[in-house]
Design a protein around this ligand. Structure first.
Ligand code: KIV
Length: 268
């Protein structure tokens, strides 16, 4: 059986074979994805993907711990990273440490991820110096959707671009082992990747990133209207609709179940 990827294995991939990451929220899906990807990210996107919320803001620490534990229990090879939800790490470094320590202890995941740039550098330093591996997340930060005025890509002018670069440098210097860059102009993600020493993982970013991540339901074709940067690798939404229609039709016409799908009467 292949060995589990470690944090040093991930950092060693800077500039090498790109890292393949996918979000994952359940044990059965983790079993399917684990042999094929390097990182399973238990993203707080589960608020929308699993619970039908409008944004990630309503996701709680307990929700992340439950889903994180399910994924970590099933993954044998990929590095499992759990997103810290909104409100669990911003108030103080001590509160951030307590929340991250709970995630690490109660899920069995190997790392946490949190959103933020220069404003989170002190927190990241506090966590990493105390043994908590942290993945950063800059650019479009969905937990700041209201402050940003919607899910618009970032780096539209020179000022915004310079701030993204400063954010990336600040969190890299603070000790993150890798950095998600979401929804930014392509050339900015390329520049950030060239200038920081840790692997960048793009989503709606650049082919130059050291890895890529997508939301699993988007790339499987289950999400209704996925963002434009998503390539559909399957059309499971159509397959599920077709299967449900066939099933309901056969139940109503009594074509299902035939005796083959029933327990036979046992002769004494
Ligand atoms: O929550 C999430 O799924 C994420 C990815 C989109 C990077 O943060």
């Amino acid at each position: 059986m292949a060995k589990r990827l470690t944090i040093p294995d991930i950092t060693a991939r800077k500039g090498g074979t790109p890292l393949a990451a996918l979000t994952c929220y359940s044990a059965p899906m983790a079993r399917l994805l684990d042999p094929h990807v390097d990182i399973l990210l238990v993203g707080d996107s589960l608020g929308m993907v699993i619970y039908g919320m409008e944004s990630t803001l309503g996701v709680s620490l307990d929700m992340m711990i439950r889903h994180g534990a399910a994924v970590a229990s099933a993954a044998k090879q990929a590095l499992v990273v759990v997103d810290m939800p909104f409100g669990s790490y911003q108030a103080s470094v001590e509160e951030a440490f307590r929340a991250c320590a709970r995630v690490m202890a109660e899920t069995g995941a190997q790392a946490v991820k949190l959103e933020g740039g220069r404003d989170m550098a002190e927190t990241i330093r506090f966590l990493t110096r105390r043994g908590i591996p942290v993945m950063g997340h800059v650019g479009l930060m969905p937990q700041r959707v209201h402050a940003l005025g919607g899910y618009r890509y970032q780096g539209r002018d020179d000022k915004e671009s310079a701030l993204i670069m400063e954010d990336a440098q600040a969190v890299a210097e603070a000790g993150t082992f890798s950095l998600v860059i979401e929804g930014v102009r392509e050339d900015i993600a390329r520049q950030v990747t060239a200038q920081i020493a840790i692997p960048t993982i793009g989503i709606g970013a650049s082919p130059a990133c050291d890895g890529q991540v997508l939301v699993i339901d988007d790339m499987l074709g289950i999400t209704d209207r996925p963002p434009g940067f998503v390539k559909p690798y399957a059309r499971l939404g159509e397959a599920i609709t077709q299967a449900a229609q066939n099933y309901a039709g056969e139940v109503r016409s009594r074509a299902f179940p035939t005796l083959e799908y029933c327990y036979p009467l046992k002769k004494p």
